[in-house]
Design a protein around this ligand. Structure first.
Ligand SMILES: C[S@@+](CC[C@H](N)C(=O)[O-])C[C@H]1O[C@@H](n2cnc3c(N)ncnc32)[C@H](O)[C@@H]1O
Length: 213
């Protein structure tokens, strides 16, 4: 199969999966990270700021197919989305076009991304475990540096029970010193679409930088 046809098949599969999971950002706008309490908390916070939403800037690091980028762009935010995979960025651009929103979508690793501005909301969801453990603390610090004072950090990732993994958790918790953590939860989640039934612990962290909004 030529690469374009292959890409189309992958994009179609991703869409089918997202439709099957019934994710809301594409239909009504908003942010959804698969944890009902967190989703409610963050969306309430965002909607309470809706009147000035179009002034808000969002950075979605490791955006994947970009459902959150598009969900927030639908509310009027100025969204920059980046992912290291060109096919993901292609998917974001295509969906943004279909949904009639603008998203500045770039192919880049988080490691290579440079910015001379900070953002009101930074999303860093389900990406950390892809990064080598020796650079994780440094990347978390970089992510926090990209949040404006008073801005929101949304951080989630897989976790498991091994002592090494618990150590990793404390490493980046320490680097969150200047983030006022408003919610931190760890819960068991089934791994959808896995070859064998298993589950992960997933942590969700939401906070504001330096002060509560
Ligand atoms: C599991 S998906 C998460 C997508 C989205 N953030 C979400 O919460 O649904 C992880 C994404 O991170 C991207 N990614 C992994 N390592 C990355 C890196 N170093 N820089 C940028 N993107 C990365 C992958 O290509 C993939 O699209």
């Amino acid at each position: 199969m030529c690469s374009l046809a292959r890409k189309k098949v992958i994009i179609a599969k991703l869409r089918t999966l997202k439709v099957a999971l019934n994710l809301a950002p594409l239909t009504k706008g908003g942010l959804f990270i698969h944890n009902n309490d967190m989703d409610k908390w963050i969306n309430d916070k965002l909607y309470s700021r809706l009147s000035k939403f179009d002034e808000l800037t969002v950075l979605d690091l490791g955006c994947g197919e970009g459902f959150n980028s598009i969900g927030l762009a639908k509310l009027g935010a100025k969204v920059t989305a980046l992912d290291k995979k060109a096919i993901m960025i292609e998917c974001v651009r295509e969906l943004a076009h279909k949904e009639r929103v603008e998203v500045l979508a770039k192919v880049s690793t988080i490691q290579d991304f440079q910015s001379n501005v900070q953002y009101d909301i930074v999303l860093f969801t389900f990406v950390l475990h892809f990064l080598p453990s020796e650079i994780q603390a440094q990347i978390v610090q970089k992510v926090i540096d990209l949040v404006k004072t008073g801005g929101i950090l949304v951080f989630a990732d897989l976790e498991d029970d091994s002592p090494v993994s618990q150590e990793r958790l404390s490493v980046f918790k320490n680097s969150l010193e200047n983030v006022e953590i408003e919610r931190f939860t760890i819960e068991d989640k089934p791994h959808r679409g896995a070859d064998y039934p298993h589950q992960h612990k997933v942590f969700y962290l939401m906070g504001t930088k330096n002060r509560i909004l």
